[in-house]
Design a protein around this ligand. Structure first.
Ligand code: K7E
Ligand code: CUA
Length: 631
């Protein structure tokens, strides 16, 4: 299809959209499965014509990417690091999952970080977002939610490992997560999606009218709960302003339903605005309750509260995105073909009672079926995924505002509709959630890949598409298969991220392990020792330098709980060792200058090899030793 034909088709699509109006329950559910608008063959024709842009995004062997991308790994529970524009996967960071290669979830260091919840093997990550200073990425942390087990974790970007994790109390399912942008990321904001009885002690568990959701504010540095806010309805996605005053969250279940038809009954739901400094004052003044055993202050932010405002928006809204100029919150309609543009400047007047709720709405452009998320290029344009239409819609914010002011029916604010493959959820632009939005690339995370890759059985990968947005027209550059739903990602210029090459011997992640050794009179950097710490417990301290461990063998007793602590003395970039005990389910990574430890039971008398399972040297195969288990 030529570009002209494509544009024509888009015009037809646009004119059709307003007639369709709001979706009924049946259409929304049924339409998600309709045939896709463009075949692979049609695309490949279009792709040939775009080879020039594609060449500009090519990253050759040995060349480095311009951006880091942090990708959620969905049901895998992990986070992935990609390079852009190549879309090469650079690293996987285990977070809520247990991981075979690194021993995450099994090492004592990771168990300490995961806390009680290390007994769970699953996670469901959605929203990775980097900490900021004055509305710009500061390269320090990436925060990520776990919808499955109601957790939030923090990744330290200097080592690309999780260093803190908390389970959020009083709620179920942490969904939307974003950080405070200004003056800096003092707080992480996240939403309790599923409503629950408060307290959840069996009392009201079958009375859905007593269910509530909470908005959650986490101290980003301490990774402890700061406070929570009780709301009406549930909460879905969230974002913060560039003034340090407001956060705004979508709410799709104002009906408080527990079944699909109940949840979709209302034509309008809400975008809920939170006044953060006012909520901080409420905590200071003791204007809160606590729930059950939890000591976290819970402030009442239900309708009529002075700390919140409920802006009616159509219908079961999903994504909530702040424009990088700090002027607007955009709530994405999901079951309405519109997105709602909220003026952040007008929110102060709404809180002081000078204007009404809908008075802060400055535009409501009609974009297509199933708007889910919006991203920005920093040049006044917004890009919205429309899930059911399988498109990214580029639209101009100022033009949409003018159309709304003049009550014009024209959809001339739409600049382009680009077919994507297929059924997109999140999309993200390079640096697009910060003041540094540079409008270069957009990544569209498609939920289905269908015919885009070789078939691999009934379960298919998803398709992360790279799109050039630097010119007038969006141009599709690359299809990237990913396994387990990425939901969301963020892209940060490489100048902002400064990872370490070696571990720092003083790193807090293994400081406790080193301190425990010291108490036993062991220097982990020099000593190779077996210490009996109890009747049935023994700790083995050893060093490693490629290609050998500091100990050829160690002896323990049947029934012992054995802890092996290894300090990798190699100071060479990229020389990571492993420690794996045959037939004991034990494996871990020990990076250069890192100390790692693992504890396991030995129940069978005999000789067992342990070996290095991370390739480190020409004599890597020989890097092994024996564990003798005596009766
Ligand atoms: Cu839209 Cu969890 Cu951000 Cu999935 S969420 S798409
Ligand atoms: Cu050490 Cu392989």
């Amino acid at each position: 299809m030529s570009e002209k034909e494509q544009t024509h088709e888009n015009e037809i699509e646009e004119s059709g959209v307003s007639r369709r109006g709001f979706l009924g329950a049946a259409t929304a559910v049924g339409a998600a499965t309709v045939a896709v608008p463009m075949t692979a063959a049609m695309f490949s024709e279009q792709a040939k014509a775009k080879s020039k842009e594609m060449a500009s995004a090519h990253v050759g062997p040995g060349e480095l990417d311009e951006y880091y991308g942090f990708w959620s790994g969905g049901q895998s529970g992990e986070v992935r690091v990609l390079g852009l524009p190549s879309m090469r996967e650079l690293m996987r960071i285990p977070v809520f999952n247990h991981e075979s290669a690194t021993g995450w979830g099994q090492t004592n260091e990771s168990k300490r970080i995961m806390g009680d919840s290390h007994r769970f093997f699953n996670g469901d990550t959605h929203h990775p977002h980097m900490s900021m200073t004055d509305g710009r990425y500061n390269g320090k942390y990436v925060f990520i939610n776990d919808k499955a087990n109601t957790r939030v974790a923090r990744i330290r970007c200097d080592v690309m490992k999780v260093d803190k994790m908390i389970t959020v109390p009083n709620i179920q399912a942490v969904h939307g997560l974003r950080v405070q942008k200004v003056p800096h990321t003092k707080y992480v904001f996240c939403n309790g999606e599923f409503e629950v009885p408060l307290p959840n002690d069996g009392r009201d568990m079958r009375d859905q009218t007593k269910y509530h959701s909470l908005f959650n504010v986490i101290d980003a540095e301490k990774m402890e709960m700061a406070f929570q806010v009780r709301v009406d309805g549930n909460l879905d996605n969230v974002d913060a302003d560039f003034d340090g005053r407001f956060a705004c969250a979508t709410s799709y279940n104002t009906e408080k339903g527990v079944t699909l038809p109940e949840m979709m009954a209302n034509e309008r739901d809400h975008a809920v605005v939170f006044d953060i400094p006012a909520l901080e004052k409420a905590v200071k003044n003791g204007d809160f309750e606590t729930i059950g055993d939890s000591k976290v202050p819970v402030i009442d932010g239900r309708k009529g509260s002075k700390y919140t405002r409920y802006i009616p928006v159509p219908k079961s809204p999903h994504g909530l995105n702040t424009s990088p100029d700090g002027k607007y919150f955009v709530a994405n309609g999901k079951l309405s073909p519109t997105v709602t543009v909220i003026s952040i400047k007008k929110l102060a007047a709404l809180f002081s009672g000078k204007i009404k709720e809908r008075g802060v709405v400055v535009a409501e452009p009609t974009l297509g079926l199933g708007p889910l998320h919006t991203a920005f290029d920093g040049r006044g344009n917004a890009y919205t995924t429309v899930f059911i239409d399988s498109q990214v819609v580029k639209w101009n914010i100022d033009d949409a505002i003018k159309a709304y002011e003049s009550k014009s029916e024209s959809t001339a604010y739409i600049r382009q509709k680009l077919d994507v493959h297929y059924q997109p959820g999140h999309l993200h632009t390079t640096m697009g959630e910060t003041r540094d939005a540079d409008g270069k690339y957009l990544v569209c995370l498609c939920k289905f890949s269908k015919d885009r890759f070789l078939p691999v059985g009934p379960l298919r990968p998803e398709n992360d598409q790279l799109i050039d947005i630097s010119g007038e027209k969006m141009v599709l550059l690359h299809d990237g298969p990913t396994f387990a739903e990425p939901h969301d990602c963020m892209m940060v210029h490489r100048s902002k991220v400064k990872p370490n090459k070696l571990w720092d011997r003083k790193d807090p992640i293994f400081a406790d392990t080193v301190a425990e050794a010291k108490k036993l009179g062991v220097n982990v950097e020099t000593d190779n020792k077996v210490i009996r710490t109890g009747k049935n417990s023994v700790t083995v301290y050893m060093t490693s330098v490629a290609p050998s461990y500091g100990m050829n063998d160690f002896t323990v007793k049947k029934g012992d709980e054995v802890t092996v602590v290894i300090t990798n003395l190699d100071q060479i970039e990229d020389v990571t060792h492993g420690f794996c005990v045959i037939n004991h389910g034990v494996s871990m990574e020990i990076g250069p200058q890192q100390t790692s430890s693992v504890t396991f039971k030995v129940d069978n008398v005999g000789m067992y090899w342990f070996y290095c399972n991370w390739f480190c040297h020409a004599l890597h195969m020989e890097m092994r030793g024996r564990m003798f288990v005596e009766a």
